[in-house]
Ligand binder design. Structure first.
Ligand SMILES: NC(=O)c1ccc[n+]([C@@H]2O[C@H](COP(=O)([O-])OP(=O)(O)OC[C@H]3O[C@@H](n4cnc5c(N)ncnc54)[C@H](OP(=O)(O)O)[C@@H]3O)[C@@H](O)[C@H]2O)c1
Length: 265
């Protein structure tokens, strides 16, 4: 895809995969709408990108309040104009057992990881359909394809993203809309540090899987390639974190035995 003069709206652009994707797409000439909660970090990123404040927008938002995103998203569209690509990337993970976890944690994970993306998609899709083109990217997870310990709420929210995207792809196939679902395995970002524990507080420490994971640069590069190739879904990861969906599909009972034995972090 030629990104020059294309407007790409990225959520979760203040850190990790979203931040790196912003850098790579800005280098290819895209106009970016940078969203997350941390406005100061987004402004710093915008100022460091080619084109700076003349070419890119900072539009802070909180995915945990999906209803408020509908009017806020419309107001953002008024400011930035037509959006060619929406990347629903912002999200939060979990590290806690179901039996210990407050119900509020489940609600928060669904709001941030699922309903926030649905709301922003509602905002941009009508314009894309009327123009007969557009790309919706959703960052789910390998945890959106297979379950494992410590992630019952996270996995539920990411499975929901995969299902939502499959339906959206089917409904918009004849309207020129490309729907890409990205399922990363372990990627070395702040995801584990920010992951919610049983009471909803952040874990504030890293996990071995994450530390040994792919870099955010590699992940973003593979995402851009999948966007360029018009792929429907892509798994990005190495080792067990990348192979898990294939093992589950081909040998489901082996996968279930492994996931009962291994507390993957
Ligand atoms: N890293 C991995 O191993 C991995 C694996 C599979 C899937 N993923 C998915 O990849 C996506 C990006 O994660 P990452 O690895 O880059 O983690 P990260 O470094 O923790 O970045 C998460 C991003 O999401 C934003 N965010 C979190 N809560 C938000 C909220 N309530 N409202 C708005 N923005 C919010 C954060 O910005 P603020 O804090 O500034 O709001 C940040 O920009 C997530 O959807 C994650 O589930 C990651």
């Amino acid at each position: 895809m030629d990104y020059r003069d294309k407007t790409v709206w990225i959520t979760g652009a203040s850190s990790g995969i979203g931040l790196e994707l912003a850098r790579q797409l800005a280098a290819r000439g895209a106009r970016l709408v940078l969203s997350a909660r941390s406005e100061a970090t987004l402004s710093e990123l915008r100022d460091s990108l080619p084109g700076g404040a003349e070419q890119h927008w900072v539009e802070p938002l909180d995915l945990a309040d999906p209803e408020a995103l509908l009017p806020l998203g419309e107001a953002i569209l008024q400011r930035v104009g037509p959006v060619d690509v929406l990347v629903n990337n912002g999200g939060v993970s979990q590290r806690s057992r179901f039996i210990d976890t407050d119900f509020s944690v489940y609600r928060r994970l669904m709001e941030v990881n699922y309903l926030g993306s649905v709301a922003l998609t509602k905002v941009v899709l009508p314009g894309m359909i009327s123009r007969g083109r557009g790309t919706i990217v959703a960052v789910s997870s390998v945890a959106g394809l297979v379950g494992s310990q410590l992630r019952s709420g996270y996995s539920g929210s990411k499975f929901a993203v995969v299902g939502f995207m499959d339906c959206l792809r089917a409904e918009t196939a004849k309207q020129g809309i490309h729907c890409l679902t990205v399922c990363p395995g372990s990627i070395n970002t702040a995801i584990a540090i920010n992951a919610l524990t049983a009471d909803g507080s952040a874990q504030q420490s890293d996990d071995e899987g994450n530390l040994n994971g792919l870099s955010a640069e590699d992940c973003a590069r593979q995402m851009v390639r999948a966007m360029d190739k018009g792929r429907d879904q892509v798994v990005i990861g190495r080792g067990l974190s990348g192979l898990a969906p294939t093992i589950k599909r081909l040998l489901p009972s082996l996968y279930n035995r492994l996931s009962a034995r291994i507390e993957y972090r």
